[in-house]
Design a protein around this ligand. Sequence first.
Ligand SMILES: Cc1cc2nc3c(=O)[nH]c(=O)nc-3n(C[C@H](O)[C@H](O)[C@H](O)COP(=O)(O)O)c2cc1C
Length: 148
Amino acid sequence: MTKVKIVYCSITGNDEEIADILEEKFQELGCDVDVSEMGQTDTSDFLDSDICVIATYTYEDGIVPEEALDFYEDLKEEDLSGKVYGTCGSGDHYYDDFCRAIYEFAKIFDQIGAVSGAKPVEVELSPEIDDINNLDKFAEELMAKTQS
Ligand SMILES: Cc1cc2nc3c(=O)[nH]c(=O)nc-3n(C[C@H](O)[C@H](O)[C@H](O)COP(=O)(O)O)c2cc1C
């Protein structure tokens, strides 16, 4: 059974919602899914999974949100060779760097040997129907990548 680890970082709940949508979709696809909040998660938890997913918001106060910084730094030290990853998250087009944090996390996954299985999914604030469709497709692409 394909194991999926979803780590989310959320203040107002949008990224938690994104994580929930993905959890449901991966379960539908027959995966063993584990979801946890970034502050409660060790980056080594990804070692036990086939698919690694990060869902995070973006704040303009740094490269990734301040509360995600420890996880971001620790992630650089892991070796995730052979694993498939995807990043997604909520942002707001009002700000210049829309959804920047999901691309910053993607860069780290690339550096530590994980393989991108799907393009990052950007969500404007809370997920609407189109976003749910995009997230479902994202999960399907990540699954397909593990099987290729
Ligand atoms: C002070 C502040 C700064 C923000 N900076 C950015 C930003 O630089 N880029 C972006 O895309 N969104 C930015 N946002 C929007 C948040 O990423 C957005 O509200 C997101 O949905 C929050 O996710 P959450 O509900 O999971 O906490 C900012 C929001 C606030 C309040």
